[in-house]
Design a protein around this ligand. Structure first.
Ligand code: GDP
Length: 297
């Protein structure tokens, strides 16, 4: 579905570029198509509408410079407006992890890539920032998930909290904190349990852990390919748990980044990182410019 967005935009702008001078009617037609294309890319209607309005405001009355065609100029305005909407405040990669040991809470639905992202983040903090990191899985419903984190930990050379059978998530969070303090860790990352859908138990458990851990950062991991669903999930998690940032996974897939646009516009939460593959080094700081480029195709 995202291919349509890119193809459509190129089609629209190709036509514009070939026409030379740009009439108000041309801009309107182009923007109508931009809106349809955004909708097809699973951007929500209010977001698409808002976006088009912003572009129109920017485009109207702007002098056409000689070095570019009017079409190219509209493309640039669309691109710059996208970057503007996508960009949060400050450096997305700079996590609040002073005052060791700093807790980071990872939340999200099962299958979103939470455990993988926990390991990716730990590796990044260790290698790029020289931090001593401890990871702990709180997914007591799924012993396999706990083991998965331990395996990833040994692969990347990051310690994981030893698994104690029968312990509940709050007890694990407390033990992680103690261990992080005693062990001289800079950061400890709590990988909470995910479920297929948001339900009362999931939220309650995450809230309890949050209250105990008092995380400096609460990162929501969402599958970037799920479009509007990802945005709904983010809005709900933010409402119930409070998140400080979003990690969009599977951005190596076919998606064109439509979810990123809605995510920013609807939740107002900064996108901090994007997942670009299954390997533990496939995590990058979110760059609005690159996603804008992808959305435009
Ligand atoms: P969790 O249930 O949320 O903890 O999800 P996992 O971390 O177990 O990930 C589920 C699947 O998605 C695994 O097969 C991961 O390798 C894969 N995965 C996670 N992040 C990415 C990503 O950014 N790109 C791709 N292609 N696969 C990913």
């Amino acid at each position: 579905m995202f291919e349509n967005l890119s193809e459509r935009l190129s089609g629209v702008f190709d036509r514009l570029t070939k026409q030379g001078a740009l009439s108000e009617e041309d801009v309107k037609t182009a923007l109508r198509e931009v809106r349809v294309a955004l909708l097809e890319a699973d951007v929500s209607l209010p977001v698409a509408r808002d976006f088009v309005k912003k572009v129109q405001e920017q485009a109207t009355g702007q002098a056409v410079t000689k070095s570019v065609t009017p079409g190219q100029q509209v493309v640039k305005i669309v691109h710059d407006t996208l970057v503007d909407v996508l960009r949060g405040e400050g450096d997305p990669g700079a996590l609040k992890i002073d005052n060791p040991p700093a807790p980071i809470l990872m939340v999200g639905l099962q299958g979103s890539g939470k455990t993988t992202t926990t390991a990716k983040l730990a590796k990044r903090l260790k290698e790029r920032e020289g931090k001593r990191v401890l990871m702990a899985s709180l997914d007591t419903n799924r012993p396999a998930a706990m083991e998965q984190l331990a395996i990833l930990g040994s692969q990347i050379g990051v310690d994981t909290l030893p698994i104690v059978k029968g312990e509940d998530p709050v007890a694990i969070a407390k033990r992680a904190k103690t261990q992080a303090l005693l062990g001289g860790y800079d950061v400890y990352i709590l990988d909470t349990a995910g479920r297929l859908h948001i339900d009362e138990e999931l939220i309650q458990q995450a809230a309890q852990v949050r209250d105990v851990a008092q995380p400096r950062e609460t990162l929501l991991v969402v599958d970037g390919l799920t479009g509007q669903d990802a945005v709904n999930v983010a809005a709900e998690f933010d409402d119930k748990i409070g998140v400080t940032g979003v990690v969009l996974t599977r951005m190596d897939g076919d998606g064109r980044g439509g979810a990123a646009l809605s995510m920013r516009a609807v939740t107002g939460k900064p996108i901090r990182f994007v997942g670009l593959g299954e390997k533990t080094d496939a995590l990058e700081t979110f760059e609005p410019d690159r996603i804008a480029g992808r959305i435009l195709g």
